[in-house]
Design a protein around this ligand. Structure first.
Ligand SMILES: *Cc1c(COP(=O)(O)O)cnc(C)c1O
Ligand SMILES: [Zn+2]
Length: 386
């Protein structure tokens, strides 16, 4: 059983009722974070119990928001491999580097984790028609889960998004709207149509549950390392759902008493062509200004403004992490390197973590003894430009 109790605004602390559809805190324009009765959760959820349940994200159901088993839809998301990459590690003078390979999720990216959660919970609350603005992969994931649930999805995507994303959305029978512009332009149009037509928006952090699906990445990492955490996690950041989700997962595991107060240093990687979080981090700012003329081969990182900017920046600072931008040429070179050295054909977003690792080792920010996890967030097979 889920032990979800309420939703909380992390800025003003206001509580929102969890068992009706909620969006974000209107006062603070902030995402809402689901809170659980972790004492109650710890009675049913134990490390032994989670280890013995069938694979996938639902084995953490006590600390996920869906209350009834009948609403837990699945296509087999989560429990992706954590692959040690010794040849790549040696190349950079390191000893302990792993790739969390999210390309093995349904729809071939980690967007599946967030969207299966948002759709499942919305179905439980009676919602039947969805809309999403997307750089590409989130639209593919929504379309798949909406098809699985037998409900309608409307996907708003930049016209120059990868062709595979358009194909997967159309194949799943979703309504595909191509927009001239970026995800932010798609977002404006989607929000307008959602209001007029009564559709439920699952835009990044504008509803409270995608982050809960992505939280499971942090839970899986803690479990894989025997309830210890790696020293560094490098994460390609667009809207920041996975970064904020993992940060939240670690706090919940500490409250459950499964880990201590140590945290991995969280690192956000962005492309030099669109790096609003990196700029804000190094300016010492609490908020990120929108990036002008965003462009990058890493489509999932082409997010000029993140709604959860405050949370992302807090997660980086509170964990003594950092933020780093890498140029597209280095992303593409890193993509070839990871494929050639280790056989992992990463999405450009995932490859960006390898480019970042190289820079952080040269600058001395990461040293030989550090245990590092890189997130390959999607499959290289979904992208045509190489
Ligand atoms: C969406 C996306 C990202 C960025 O993820 P966020 O959690 O929104 O920061 C990274 N990589 C890929 C492949 C994506 O599709
Ligand atoms: Zn608030």
């Amino acid at each position: 059983m889920s032990t979800l109790t309420y939703l909380e605004c992390p800025e003003c602390g206001a509580h929102f009722e969890a068992d009706k559809p909620q969006t974000f805190c209107p006062r603070c324009e902030s995402p809402l974070l689901p809170r659980y009765d972790l004492d109650a959760a710890s009675r049913a959820l134990t490390p032994e119990a989670v280890a013995s349940r069938p694979r996938g994200i639902w084995r953490w159901h006590e600390i996920l928001p869906v209350r009834s088993a009948e609403h837990r839809i699945t296509l087999g998301e989560g429990d992706t491999p954590l692959v040690e990459v010794p040849r790549l590690a040696r190349e950079f003078g390191l000893e302990h580097v792993w790739v969390k390979d999210e390309s093995q999720n349904p729809t071939a990216t980690f967007k599946a984790r967030g969207l299966v959660m948002a759709v499942s919970r919305a179905l439980e609350l009676g919602i039947r028609e969805f809309v999403i603005p997307t750089a590409g992969n989130a639209g593919g994931a929504l379309a798949a889960y909406a098809a699985r649930a037998g409900v309608k999805a409307h996907v708003y995507m930049p016209a120059d998004a990868p062709e595979v994303n358009k194909a997967e959305v159309a194949a799943a029978g979703a309504d595909l709207v191509l927009v001239d512009g970026l995800i932010s332009d798609a977002g404006k149009l989607a929000a307008e149509h959602a209001r007029e037509r009564g559709w439920w928006s699952v835009s990044t952090f504008k509803e409270p549950y995608r982050v809960e699906g992505k939280k499971t990445m942090g839970l899986e990492i803690a479990e894989a390392f025997g309830w210890h955490l790696p020293d560094v996690i490098i994460y390609p950041t667009g809207g920041g759902t996975g970064l904020v989700g993992m940060w939240k997962a670690f706090d919940e595991l500490e409250a459950l008493g499964w880990i201590g107060s140590e945290r991995p240093r969280l690192v956000s990687v962005q492309s030099e062509g669109c790096a609003p979080i990196v700029r804000a981090f190094h300016e010492g700012a609490e908020r990120a200004r929108p990036w002008e003329n965003a462009h990058t081969v890493a489509a999932g990182l082409r997010v000029p403004a993140a709604f959860a900017d405050r949370l992302i920046l807090r997660a980086l600072r509170e964990t003594n992490g950092t933020a780093i931008a890498v140029p597209d040429e280095e992303i593409l070179a890193a993509q070839r390197l990871l494929a050639a050295e280790e056989g992992i054909f990463a999405a450009p977003e995932g490859a960006a973590t390898v480019a970042a690792l190289k820079k952080l080792v040269s600058s001395g920010w990461i040293n030989a003894a550090d245990t590092v996890v890189l997130f390959n967030t999607g499959s290289g097979l979904k992208y045509e430009r190489l």
